[in-house]
Structures are given as structure tokens and as C-alpha cells.
Design a protein around this ligand. Structure first.
Ligand code: 5GP
Ligand code: MN
Length: 330
């Protein structure tokens, strides 16, 4: 039955000519990879399509832009379809919401369970059991009869690889591996090349930053919760950008006995971004939602209005409460 939904979306997509694709703010591998892959698929059918971004693409994901990303809000005066990818709310696309609103029709392709219901869609899919939005793009593209070219293969593989933590997270399923294995069959595809591009191009400063953040971490709740903060001073000292700290949370999660990991990022003296991860039973999306954020049960994020110190104190308390609650629910 569920196969039908991919087919329905595939049939719909064939009806539009000018299409803009919207990844969420703070682009990650899945939102950019899924967006770019979808764009290549649509262009393959002769459509005019672009991915509209406004963040700077993180260095390790630069290859995913693959010639389809624009930052020009006026790339189309009028256009047929806006597609939200890897997010389901207007609030997740920042300033680009004004361009989203200009579309004749709207669609969504996402795998987040939490949405704000601040946008209306003509069609779409939100499948929270999917490990990555890229799985949905792959299945829709298959139903469209797309020719899977090398850029599509690379974008989808990178998206799946990053959103599953290299097939380690609990969201990984047999379908995830099946799609990955099919991608290995696409001519020219080299999985190791993509892995090297994503994970092994860090600057010296990024590793020094990682060392600092790991050595300054605080462990609480009997070793089950670990937090650390990345400040503007850390970035200045190591000559890094905030997005170079993105993988550090994985290091915290690798500690034996840790259930919840938290990285707080100082944006300025009034704003902190908070990344949350859970290993096996805690529901960090619940914590993120409490502060207006969202995500998945085991990977979520939020924006905190306050200093980094205030954010750390408040979020530590909320995580402790979540740990108690999720333990009770076990
Ligand atoms: P990250 O910690 O990598 O920024 O985000 C983890 C997950 O939570 C991603 O799936 C991301 O899309 C989601 N997420 C992060 N921040 C927010 C937010 O402020 N709002 C919502 N709705 N989701 C978020
Ligand atoms: Mn995703």
C-alpha cells in the first residue's frame, strides 16, 4: 500500500515545469543531498528546477551543490511548485518563506515527525520511519522512471550516510541498506570517494576545536548525560566556523553509558543553537519542542534565546527531567 504514495507523488511531479526546492536552514547532508538529488531528477525530465538556499554550504558538503543550488530569490518571477525537503514547516526555511509563498502550488517531502502546521501543501509525504529524506526521494524518483545518474547517486548516498551516522543510528533499516546497495550499482559510483569527501577533509583548527570541546565537556546524571558548549571565543582561537563543530556531538555519544548528548553553540550573546542526541531510549524531540524546536526522537535541535550559560543551565535541567521521564516509560 505505502508504495502507492511514492507513485502518487511521482505522477504529480510530472505535472509541473518550474520548480523550486527548499532545504531547511542550517543545511545538513540529508537536506542538501535530498534537495540536490530531487533537482537532478526533475531536470532529467526537462524541467526548470533549482535548489534555493541561503546558508553557506558546510565545506565537507560542498560537492553536494553539484551545480543545482542558487541563492537568487528571483531566479523565477512566477513558478509552478515549491517543495519543502527534509522539513515540513515554513518556519524552517527562514527568509526564503517569502519565495515559498509565491509558488502556484506546494509540496513536502520529509521524515520529521514534528511540524508546526504553518504551511498548506497540495501534496507530499512525511514518513517519520524513514531514516533519511533521501530514501523518499529515491523511491519517488524510481516511480517517476528517473535515470539514476552519478550526481543523483552521490547526493542520495551522502544524504543517507550522514543522516544515519554511517548506518549506525537506530533509524537505519533493511530498506536503508537496500537503497544503498542499489546505489552501488549505478555506473561510476564510488562509495569510498564520498565518505572521504564528507568525513576526512577537516581543517587542523576543526580538530583542535574538537579537542577543546571534548576536554571541556560536563557529565551529569550518573554519566548518562553529557554536555559541552562551542563559544565564539573557541572559534576565534581555532580559526574555525561554527558549522565545523557539527560532528563533535558524535564523539560525546560514543562514550560508554551516555544516553543523551548535547552541544550548545553560541551564535551571539543573546542566542544559542542546541543540538540534542539520544542513544537508545530518551526522546530528545520532546525537549526540543518545549523550546520551540523539533526533530526526531533521537536527534533534535532548538534555538534558545539567552546567553550560552543560561542555555546550558536550562537545557541541562530539561535533559535531566527527560531522562527521568524516559526511564519511567521504559
Ligand atoms: P542538528 O542537531 O543536527 O542541527 O539537528 C538534528 C535534527 O533536528 C535534524 O533533523 C534537524 O532538522 C532537526 N532540528 C534541528 N533544529 C531544529 C529546529 O530548530 N526546529 C525543528 N523543527 N527541527 C530542528
Ligand atoms: Mn533528514
Amino acid at each position: 500500500m505505502t508504495d502507492n504514495i511514492y507513485k502518487k507523488i511521482a505522477l504529480k511531479l510530472h505535472n509541473y515545469s518550474k520548480i523550486l526546492i527548499f532545504p531547511h536552514v542550517n543545511m545538513d547532508g540529508d537536506c542538501l543531498g535530498s534537495s540536490a538529488a530531487l533537482c537532478h531528477v526533475l531536470r532529467g525530465f526537462g524541467k526548470e528546477a533549482y535548489v534555493l538556499a541561503d546558508d553557506v554550504t558546510p565545506h565537507n558538503l560542498d560537492f553536494l551543490e553539484s551545480g543545482v543550488v542558487t541563492r537568487d530569490y528571483d531566479v523565477f518571477d512566477e513558478y509552478d511548485l515549491a517543495v519543502l525537503v527534509d522539513c515540513g514547516s515554513r518556519s524552517r526555511i527562514g527568509e526564503r518563506a517569502s519565495v515559498f509563498d509565491r509558488a502556484r502550488e506546494r509540496a513536502v517531502i520529509d521524515h520529521h515527525g514534528v511540524m508546526e502546521n504553518d504551511a498548506e501543501f497540495n501534496f507530499g509525504i512525511i514518513e517519520s520511519s524513514s531514516a533519511a529524506t533521501a530514501e523518499l526521494v529515491y523511491l519517488i524518483a524510481s516511480e517517476m522512471g528517473a535515470e539514476f545518474t552519478l550526481p543523483i547517486a552521490e547526493c542520495i548516498f551522502a544524504a543517507i550516510n550522514t543522516d544515519t551516522g554511517s548506518f549506525q543510528h537506530s533509524n537505519t533499516t533493511a530498506r536503508t541498506h537496500k537503497i544503498a546497495s542499489e546505489i552501488y550499482g549505478i555506473p561510476g559510483f564510488d562509495g569510498n570517494r564520498i565518505v572521504q569527501l564528507i568525513y576526512n577533509r577537516k581543517s587542523l583548527g576543526a580538530i583542535q576545536l574538537e579537542g577543546r570541546i571534548v576536554s571541556e565537556m560536563e557529565v551529569c546524571c550518573g554519566g548518562k548525560v553529557v554536555l559541552s558548549a562551542v563559544t565564539q571565543a573557541h572559534l576565534a582561537e581555532t580559526g574555525t566556523l561554527m558549522n565545523e563543530s557539527d560532528g563533535i556531538i558524535q564523539k560525546l555519544m560514543s562514550i560508554d553509558g551516555v544516553e543523551i548528548g548535547c552541544i550548545l553553540k553560541e551564535i551571539d550573546d543573546k542566542t544559542a543553537r542546541v543540538s540534542l542526541r539520544a542513544k537508545s531510549y530518551a526522546n530528545v524531540a520532546r525537549v526540543a519542542q518545549k523550546y520551540g524546536g523539533g526533530g526526531h526522537m533521537r536527534a533534535a535541535g532548538l534555538t534558545f534565546e539567552g546567553t550560552i550559560g543560561e542555555a546550558k543551565a536550562e537545557i541541562a535541567k530539561a535533559l535531566e527531567a527527560e531522562l527521568v521521564r524516559s526511564n519511567d516509560e521504559k
